[in-house]
Design a protein around this ligand. Structure first.
Ligand code: HEM
Length: 688
C-alpha cells in the first residue's frame, strides 16, 4: 500500500500546482481528496524520525503521471475496473491508475448514509477514510488486516439493517459484489461516491456536496487512522462512469434530482427527500449524523471549481451561515481575503494617484508663491513707501487720483484706470490666487475693492474711505508695475508718475530701463524747477480734458475728444510735454504728440518742439506773457508718405484761466484751407 497525499487546500500556490499536475477538468478537491504516492518523486517524501515512516513533504508536488492513457474511454475503463474489483481484491502493490484512479475523494455515499444512521460509531467508521493519506504503506496494510474483520462485521451488520439493505445490496451487485471485504461492507463502497468525480447538476448542488464534508470532522478522522486501499481503488472507475451528480442516486432521490436538475437543494443533507422545498430553515445546523445521513452520492461529490464554490458561497450566505460554514470556512475566508486584498490594492492605487496630484498641486502652489514673492519684491517696497507717505506730496496726489478713479467718467477721462483694465487686473489676480491661500487673500481683497469701486462709480456720491483708496491704489500700482501688465497700462501709469514730483525707489528706477516709455526722473531727489523755466511753471502738471475738447475744420464734421496732458520737468531748463487724445466713446487713442518747451534764458521767447503721430514734426515759437503762451509754426516737416492735405501753418495759444483750468486753442492752414481753428479744449489739473 502506498501512502497518499492530501490536496494542499490551504496552500493555494501548491494546490494550483497539484491541480495542474492532475489535469482533471471540472473537478475541485475537497479535504477528502488524496493523491497516491506514486505520483510523487522519491524526494517528495521524508522519513519520520521515530518510526521512519514515509511522510509527504509539505512542499511536495505530484509530477509522475501517464497522461497518454487519459484519453481512453473512461466508461470501458471503469467497467473493467469494476470487474476486476469485484473479482480480485486489490493489492497494495497495484499501481494507481491514471485518470480517475489517482485521486481519492473521501466522501460518503448513500450507503454510508445508511451506515451512519446506525449511530456515532458507524459514522466514525466512515470518517476513517479521512486519515488514510497520513498512513504509511505498512500501516495501511497492517490496519487493513487488523481491522478487516471488524469492518466486515460492522459492514455486515449494516447490510442487515432494515431499509438499508436494499440500497446496499444493489450497490454490492453493481460495484463490488465479491470484493474481499469491501463487498460486504457497504461503507467502503460508499466511502467515495461516484459523484466525487462527477460534475453536479447545478452550482448549488455542488455547494451542498461540499457541505457534506460537514460530518467528517477532523476529530473523527483522527480517531480512525486507517482506511483500506481497496476503497480508493474502487472509487476511480465510479468517478468516471457517472456523468452527473444525480446519477448515483437511487429511488426517489434519483428521480427528484433528475426532475429538478437545477435544484441542488434536493440533495441537501437535512432534507434529501424534500426536493425543491428546501429552505434556509431546512438548512439549520443539524447534528453531524443527521447531516451525513443526507449525503447522497451526488452531493458529496463536490466537484466544484474554487470559483464556483466562492460564487455559491456568496450567493448562499444564509446557507453557509446556517451550516456554520464548516466546510467553506477556509475557502470563504480565502476568497474574502482575496477580495479584501484586491480592495486594498485598488485603494492603494487610488492613494498613489492622490499623492501624485497633491504633489503636483504643491509644486503649483510653490510656483505661485514664488511669483507672488517676486511681485512683492519688485513692487511692494515701493508701494509701502508710497502708502506710508500719507502727508507726502506724491501719496496725496495719487490718493486724489485714486479718488478720481471712483468716478466712472473720471476713470475714462484719466485714461489710466479704466474699467476694462480693472477687469484685467481682477482676472489676473483671480488666476494668480488659484491654489494658494496667500494669493487668494490678495485676489479676494482686490475683488472686494473692485466691487466697492464699481459701487462708488455707479453712485458718485458715495466715496470710499481713504484707506480703501490707498488699497486700490496699491493694487493698481502693483499690477501696473508687474511684468505681466500690458505695456499700455504700465506706460500710462508711469506717465502719471512723471506728472508728479516723486522719488521712486532705486529698484523701481532700475526697472524703468525695461519700460517701453521711460520718463522717470533720474535723480532720487525731487527735481527743482530750473529757474529758466519759471515763467512757464503754471503749465506744469497732469491735465485732463474737462469738458471734452471740440474739433472743427471746414473739411470735416465737428467732433469731440478727450485729452490727457502731462507737462513736467526734470530740473533741466525745459519742460517735457505729451498730449494724448482719445475718442470720447471708444476711448481709442487718437492724435498724440510729445516734445519739449524751451525758454530762451532771460527772455520771454519760447520754443515749442513737437513730434506728432501723424508723421509731422514741427517747431513753433512765440512768447509767454503772464499765464498765456502764444506760438506759431516756425518750421514744419513730415514723413514722405504723410496724409494729405498737408498742414502748412499752425498757431496755438495756451492760457491758464482764473478757474485754474488750462485752455488750448489750435488753428491751422492746410494746402486746401486757410488758417482756421481746428481744436479748442480746456483741461482740469489732476496733479500738482
Ligand atoms: C497741432 C496738432 C494738429 C494738427 C497739426 C492737425 C492737423 C490735421 C490735418 C492737416 C487734418 C486734415 C484736414 C483735412 O482733411 O482737410 C486733420 C484732420 C483731423 N484731425 Fe487733426 N491735427 C492736430 C491735432 C488734432 C487733435 C489733437 C485731434 C484730436 C483728436 C485731431 C483730430 C483730427 C480729426 C478727427 C481729423 C479728421 C480726420 C482725419 O483727417 O484724420 N487733430 N488734422
Amino acid at each position: 500500500m502506498s501512502s497518499a497525499g492530501r490536496f494542499p487546500l490551504k496552500d493555494s500556490k501548491r494546490l494550483i500546482q497539484w491541480l495542474k499536475a492532475v489535469q482533471r477538468d471540472n473537478w475541485t478537491p475537497t479535504k477528502y481528496s488524496f493523491l497516491c504516492s506514486e505520483h510523487f518523486t522519491k524526494d517528495s517524501f521524508s522519513r519520520r524520525l521515530e518510526d521512519q515512516h514515509r511522510l509527504l513533504k509539505p512542499t511536495a508536488v505530484p509530477t509522475i503521471f501517464q497522461l497518454a492513457e487519459k484519453k481512453r474511454d473512461n466508461l470501458d475503463y471503469v467497467r473493467s475496473r469494476r470487474k476486476i474489483a469485484s473479482q480480485v481484491p486489490l493489492h497494495d502493490e497495484e499501481a494507481p491508475r491514471e485518470g480517475g484512479c489517482e485521486v481519492a475523494q473521501r466522501s460518503p455515499s448513500p450507503e454510508q448514509d445508511l451506515m451512519v444512521m446506525q449511530g456515532t460509531d458507524e459514522m466514525d467508521e466512515v470518517t476513517l477514510q479521512a486519515e488514510i493519506g497520513a498512513m504509511s504503506e505498512e500501516e495501511e496494510h497492517l490496519h487493513g488486516q487488523l481491522e478487516g474483520p471488524r469492518r466486515r462485521t460492522f459492514g455486515d451488520s449494516l447490510v442487515a439493517k432494515p431499509g438499508a439493505q436494499k440500497k446496499s445490496s444493489r450497490s454490492s451487485v453493481e460495484d463490488c459484489p465479491t470484493g474481499a471485504w469491501t463487498g460486504s461492507w457497504v461503507a467502503d463502497r460508499s466511502g467515495i461516491s461516484v459523484d466525487d468525480f462527477t460534475p453536479p447538476a447545478s452550482g448549488a448542488c455542488k455547494f451542498i456536496g461540499s457541505l457534506h464534508s460537514y460530518s467528517f470532522s477532523s476529530k473523527h478522522t483522527r480517531e480512525r487512522p486507517s482506511f483500506p486501499k481497496e476503497q480508493l481503488e474502487r472509487k476511480r472507475p465510479k468517478r468516471d462512469v457517472e456523468p452527473s451528480c444525480s446519477s448515483n442516486l437511487t429511488g426517489h432521490d434519483k428521480t427528484v434530482a433528475e426532475d429538478s436538475p437545477t435544484s441542488s437543494l434536493t440533495a441537501t443533507p437535512q432534507k434529501p427527500s424534500q426536493g425543491l422545498s428546501a429552505s434556509p430553515a431546512d438548512l439549520t445546523p443539524q447534528p453531524a449524523a443527521e447531516a451525513v445521513v443526507g449525503q447522497k452520492g451526488d452531493t458529496d461529490a463536490n466537484p466544484m471549481s474554487i470559483n464556483e464554490v466562492i460564487m455559491s458561497a456568496s450567493g448562499a450566505c444564509k446557507l453557509i451561515d446556517s451550516l456554520h460554514s464548516y466546510c467553506f470556512s477556509s475557502r470563504q475566508s480565502k476568497s474574502q481575503v482575496c477580495c479584501l486584498r484586491e480592495q486594498v490594492e485598488k485603494k492603494n492605487g487610488e492613494l498613489k494617484l492622490l499623492r501624485q496630484r497633491i504633489s503636483r498641486s504643491d509644486s503649483q502652489v510653490r510656483k505661485l508663491k514664488e511669483k507672488l514673492d517676486e511681485l512683492k519684491r519688485i513692487s511692494i517696497p515701493y508701494l509701502n513707501s508710497l502708502l506710508s507717505q500719507d502727508c507726502g506730496q506724491y501719496s496725496r496726489g495719487l490718493c486724489v487720483q485714486a479718488g478720481f478713479t471712483l468716478s466712472k467718467q473720471r476713470l475714462f477721462e484719466l485714461g489710466v484706470i479704466q474699467m476694462e483694465q480693472l477687469l484685467d487686473v481682477v482676472t489676473d489676480f483671480t488666476w494668480v490666487s488659484q491654489g494658494s491661500r496667500g494669493l487668494n487673500d490678495v485676489g479676494s481683497s482686490f475683488m472686494k475693492m473692485y466691487n466697492l469701486v464699481v459701487q462708488s462709480a455707479s453712485a458718485s456720491s458715495v466715496r470710499p474711505r481713504a484707506a480703501l483708496r490707498a488699497d486700490l491704489l496699491a493694487m493698481t500700482v502693483l499690477y501696473a508695475l508687474s511684468p505681466s501688465a500690458p505695456w499700455r497700462w504700465r506706460r500710462a501709469f508711469l506717465m502719471h508718475l512723471q506728472g508728479v514730483s516723486c522719488s521712486p525707489s532705486a529698484e523701481l528706477q532700475s526697472r524703468s530701463s525695461n519700460l517701453p516709455f521711460s520718463s522717470f526722473p533720474l535723480s532720487t531727489e525731487t527735481p527743482q524747477l530750473n529757474p529758466v523755466m519759471e515763467p512757464l511753471s503754471w503749465m506744469l502738471g497732469t491735465w485732463l480734458s474737462d469738458p471734452p475738447g471740440d474739433g472743427t475744420f471746414p473739411t470735416m464734421k465737428p467732433f469731440q475728444y478727450l485729452e490727457e496732458v502731462h507737462i513736467s520737468h526734470v530740473g533741466q531748463p525745459m519742460l517735457n510735454f505729451s498730449f494724448n487724445a482719445f475718442h470720447p466713446d471708444t476711448r481709442k487713442p487718437m492724435h498724440r504728440e510729445c516734445g519739449f518747451i524751451r525758454l530762451k534764458p532771460d527772455t520771454n521767447k519760447v520754443a515749442f518742439i513737437s513730434a506728432q503721430n501723424t508723421g509731422l514734426v514741427e517747431v513753433e515759437e512765440g512768447e509767454v506773457n503772464g499765464q498765456e503762451l502764444s506760438i506759431a509754426s516756425h518750421s514744419i516737416a513730415r514723413i514722405s508718405f504723410a496724409k494729405k492735405p498737408h498742414v502748412e501753418q499752425i498757431t496755438r495759444k495756451f492760457r491758464l484761466n482764473s478757474d485754474g483750468k488750462l485752455e488750448q486753442t489750435v488753428s491751422m492752414a492746410t494746402t486746401t484751407q486757410p488758417m482756421t481753428q481746428h481744436l479748442h479744449i480746456t483741461y482740469k489739473k489732476v496733479t500738482p
